[in-house]
Design a protein. Structure first.
Length: 252
């Protein structure tokens, strides 16, 4: 693989903001076009993982995408609002059903001016989180637009989940949980409400999406690469295949 520097890579993508983006920390992984396939168990001792899953976070600016990612990757929360410039990412390795899974989590800017850059990252994504803010109706209504972006730019069998974030702010809620569930059912997408601040359902959301990806990959292996679609819709901790017990969002 070629060696990329942050200034070279981001300048190629969007010259207008290259100077600002070049000041960000240097990327620690290859460009988004490269998604490493699952590796054999023989490589675990040297790689530290058996499979690499690429996750993508999309949604309006200010809904808390970065905060959710930081809570999962570093178990930290910063209440200060900082716009993501272009693209950023975090990495965490989890143990899933006895397998070491490395999650490469891409955080995208929600602003329209970065849309050309961010849509390029849809390609190769194995799981996509669509995030809205339960205190912002517009961010919820725009989920339909983000879904259209997925349909235009992502793989047809990409696993998806809708997250209603900031559920600790129930006193300021304008999007009911029922609305989120109904939207998820309409599109056949899983749904959870989360709080990065209170660490509610963040771990569960990532693990659920990773498990769905793993199950799909296992099915493809069992059928010689001819897997069938995604798992059934799972809304607020229920599933048609297997019951799981999750924490539900509560007013702090």
């Amino acid at each position: 693989m070629p060696q990329w520097t942050p200034s070279q890579y981001y300048t190629d993508l969007m010259p207008a903001t290259a100077a600002a983006i070049a000041r960000r920390p240097a990327p620690q992984s290859p460009p988004p076009e490269y998604v490493e396939p699952g590796v054999s168990s023989l490589a675990v001792t040297t790689r530290g993982y058996e499979h690499l899953y690429k996750f993508l976070f999309i949604g309006d600016s200010g809904v808390g995408k970065t905060s959710v990612i930081w809570r999962f990757s570093d178990n930290t929360f910063n209440g200060a609002f900082i716009h993501t410039i272009g693209i950023d990412f975090k990495i965490r390795t989890i143990d899933l059903d006895g397998k070491k899974i490395k999650l490469q989590i891409w955080d995208t800017a929600g602003q329209e001016r970065f849309r050309t850059i961010t849509t390029a990252y849809y390609r190769g994504a194995m799981g996509i989180m669509l995030v809205y803010d339960i205190t912002n109706m517009k961010s919820f209504e725009n989920i339909r637009n983000w879904i259209r972006n997925i349909e235009e730019h992502a793989s047809s069998d990409v696993e998806k989940m809708i997250l209603g974030n900031k559920c600790d702010m129930d006193d300021r809620r304008v999007v009911t949980k029922d609305k989120g569930e109904q939207l998820a059912i309409e599109y056949g997408i899983k749904f959870m409400e989360t709080s990065a601040k209170a660490s509610i359902n963040v771990e569960e959301a990532f693990v659920t999406l990773a498990r769905d990806i793993k199950a799909k990959m296992d099915r493809k292996l069992d059928t010689g690469g001819q897997g069938k679609g995604s798992s059934p819709v799972q809304v607020s901790g229920t599933t048609t295949q297997k019951k799981r017990e999750w924490k539900f969002c509560a007013l702090l």
